[in-house]
Design a protein around this ligand. Structure first.
Ligand code: DAT
Ligand code: MG
Length: 201
């Protein structure tokens, strides 16, 4: 019995080979059955295949300078989401221009680029059920003056030009941004030890 439990935990911790499915790398929800589950014939309780959705979260230069990275990561972990990509970088201007291409005509665009390249950014990809929608709620309104207490922006910032964190605003946006910021090799497919409780609902 003990050996059986141990084997199961080891199986669940094991990394899975990087999948090249567009959806998995991009943030689109993808229906997959985990390798461990497939190997063991195990299915989620509802017999619905595991649905994974991904989003891009980035702690902006002001958040890094103010040592908020840990607290922001903690909120996503606490919520039950899974970290599948993480890196710190000085963001090149061409990446920022593409990332914010929809805002190119805005008067604040040059200042936005200047601020986003003023220091290191911590970029992350988080995975989980409806993570795009949930993370937008967790991050809060674009303008911190209107963000609710309890949200990242509502708790840590007061001005729209220094709002601490970025979160993709739609599935399509998440797909585009993840492909822009991360290569496939930088994203990790792995099973949490509590996979069946948090990821296979
Ligand atoms: P969000 O970051 O909530 O998705 P957005 O995509 O509309 O918001 O804008 C991207 C960033 O641009 C935002 O996080 C901060 C900056 N920004 C938006 N509106 C601004 C404004 N009126 N003045 C200065 N910066 C602004
Ligand atoms: Mg946006």
């Amino acid at each position: 019995m003990q050996r059986c439990i141990f084997r199961r935990v080891v199986q669940q911790f094991s990394f899975r080979e990087q999948e090249t499915t567009k959806g998995v790398l991009s943030g689109f929800p993808t229906t997959t059955t985990t390798t461990a589950a497939a190997a063991s014939g195990r299915r989620s309780k509802s017999s619905v295949p595991d649905v994974r959705e991904r989003t891009l979260i980035a702690v902006k230069p002001d958040g890094v300078h103010r040592r908020l990275v840990g607290q922001i990561i903690q909120r996503f972990e606490q919520r039950g989401f899974k970290l599948v990509g993480l890196k710190m970088l000085k963001v090149p201007e061409d990446l920022l221009t593409q990332h914010y291409c929809q805002l190119r005509s805005k008067p604040f665009f040059p200042r936005l680029l200047e601020y986003m390249s003023s220091g290191p950014v911590v970029a992350m990809v988080w995975e989980g059920h409806k993570v795009v929608q949930a993370s937008r709620l967790m991050v809060g309104h674009t303008n911190p003056a209107e963000a609710q207490a309890g949200t990242v922006r509502g708790d840590f910032s007061f001005h729209v030009s220094r709002n601490v964190v970025h979160a993709s605003d739609s599935l399509e946006g998440a797909q585009r941004e993840i492909q822009l910021w991360f290569t496939g090799k930088e994203l990790m497919n792995w099973d949490c030890c509590d996979q069946s409780l948090t990821c296979e609902l």
